[in-house]
Design a protein around this ligand. Structure first.
Ligand SMILES: [Zn+2]
Length: 216
């Protein structure tokens, strides 16, 4: 991405991060996350990332996170010209400029987030990598992880909600509206009572987690 010879400040940042990651044995978290994100991307879906990975250049380069934590800069992808001298509040705010080497519009990026911001001064904090997968594809991701690690190594954990009266009423009304088949009050309350308490999985932003079991 930044050419064969890395600009010194980027090489230094990478080295610092990799030293911390190695020292605290966190590489596996990044590797698993990369596998998960790549599988979803290859299937044509976007994965949102949140958590402390926003301050990790390694996570950005592994395409786990979209947040580039480097200081803001202009960059020419073709000739690898890079300029860190620009000033603005954020890399996205930099005014348009053309590349002094090839004359093409320069790209700009960088949100200026030091690694230590979320990973502590000695880099010891465990990375928090929150990945948001499309709800309809979560089982596919689960199956892929089982394939990768073995069926007995992955557990699917999630919140379970029970159907409440109001939602039950809504389901009944939806059914009536769709089919044109209307119930009497008595039938409604009977069905409602039967529906209440039924367990259902929770959709939305945090519907489920995958648990990885260590060896032994
Ligand atoms: Zn250029």
């Amino acid at each position: 991405m930044y050419g064969n010879v890395l600009p010194e400040s980027i090489a230094k940042r990478l080295e610092t991060e990799l030293t911390y990651i190695q020292k605290h044995e966190y590489a596996v978290y990044y590797w698993i996350s990369r596998c998960m994100v790549r599988y979803m991307n290859d299937s044509g879906y976007y994965v949102g990332a949140h958590g402390s990975v926003g301050s990790v250049l390694v996570a950005f380069l592994l395409e786990i996170s979209d947040t580039n934590p480097l200081p803001l800069y202009y960059y020419c992808p073709q000739y690898h010209y890079i300029d860190f001298k620009a000033t603005a509040l954020d890399g996205f705010d930099l005014p348009d400029q053309v590349c002094p080497v090839c004359g093409c519009p320069l790209k700009s990026d960088g949100h200026n987030i030091p690694y230590e911001t979320f990973m502590s001064y000695d880099g010891s904090k465990m990375p928090d990598i929150g990945l948001i997968f499309p709800v309809s594809k979560q089982y596919n991701e689960f199956a892929f992880m089982q394939e990768l690690f073995g069926v007995n190594k992955i557990a699917y954990a999630g919140a379970i909600a029970t159907l409440q009266e109001r939602s039950a009423e809504e389901y009944i009304s939806d059914y009536e509206a769709k089919t044109g088949d209307y119930f009497t009050e008595e039938q409604r309350s009977y069905i409602c009572k039967k529906l209440c308490g039924i367990k259902q999985r929770v959709d939305g932003l945090y519907p489920a987690e995958l648990l990885f079991c260590r060896k032994g």
